[in-house]
Design a protein around this ligand. Structure first.
Ligand code: NDP
Length: 245
């Protein structure tokens, strides 16, 4: 993957950071987008550069189409036109549906689903012109099996699977693959914010009996973004310790 340009949304922390570092290790120059945590983004850039490749971080709210377009343009100008897009940026605003506000429903859909669409929309012309490209969307088993308290999140992650399959069909003839990775419980700030009871309950549903690490997801993304996965498109790869079988 030497010389390839990767664009990872939500690359400042957690799973996104692990993906960025894994792609950097494989030889990619990596651009990360983040929402507001500049300190974390800077740290990730330093870690990417330690792998001997180029790095760029841009503050960009992916839920805003104009910002997504500007970010894709800035990456092309400052690092090079992207070859790989990883839609990883995501948020949670958990509450039982009875108590969930429309604002919280919409905010999660806007970032997790519309954000991915915006980035795909911004990068597709580049991939189509070049007749190659890799898109990996980070979904969740929550979108496949549902999860009480996560109506907004599960809907967004299920939507990502539909988005993945549709775009895969639309651009397969152009040498572009589009796949999704569906993590189970992974140890990041997102899960560290969960209550002890919710975490315990979640883990009890994992046959392997342990929480996953961001690197587990990064390995799957690295595979789907690489040459070995050239004939794989429209697939959803679960990385969940058997949580959803
Ligand atoms: P974190 O909360 O640790 O990190 C979220 C990242 O997304 C940060 O880099 C954050 O930027 C960025 N981000 C949030 N909103 C936006 C936005 N509007 N525009 C651009 N960037 C944004 O999350 P995880 O690493 O845990 O999760 C990464 C992905 O994996 C998410 O899509 C999540 O839904 C999915 N996932 C996670 C699981 C888990 O158990 N952790 C399980 C299943 C799926 P900043 O640092 O600036 O805030």
């Amino acid at each position: 993957m030497k010389g390839k340009i990767a664009l990872v949304t939500g690359g400042s922390r957690g799973i996104g950071r692990a993906i960025a570092l894994k792609l950097a290790e494989a030889g990619c120059d990596v651009a990360i987008l983040y929402a507001g945590r500049e300190d974390a983004a800077k740290e990730t850039v330093g870690l990417i550069e330690e792998k001997g490749v180029r790095a760029l971080s841009l503050r960009c709210d992916v839920s805003d189409g104009a910002q997504a377009n500007e970010a894709a343009k800035a990456v092309s100008e400052q690092l090079g036109a992207p070859d790989i897009l990883v839609n990883n940026a995501g948020i949670v605003r958990d509450a039982l549906a009875m108590r969930m506000t429309t604002e919280d429903f919409r905010a999660v859909l806007d970032t997790n689903l519309t954000g991915a669409f915006n980035m795909i929309h911004a990068c597709l012309p580049i991939f189509i012109r070049r007749r190659s490209g890799r898109i990996v969307n980070i979904s969740s088993v929550s979108g496949m099996m549902g999860n009480p308290g996560q109506a907004n999140y599960s809907a967004s992650k299920a939507g990502l699977i539909g988005l993945t399959k549709t775009i895969a069909r639309e651009v397969a003839s152009r040498g572009i693959t589009v796949n999704a990775v569906a993590p189970g419980f992974i140890e990041t700030d997102m899960t560290r914010g969960m209550s002890e009871a919710a975490l315990k309950n979640g883990l009890s549903a994992v046959p392997m009996g342990r929480i996953g690490q961001p690197e587990d997801i990064a390995n799957a993304v690295r595979f789907l973004a690489g040459d070995e996965a050239a004939y794989i498109t429209g697939c959803v790869l679960k990385v969940d310790g058997g949580m959803y079988i």
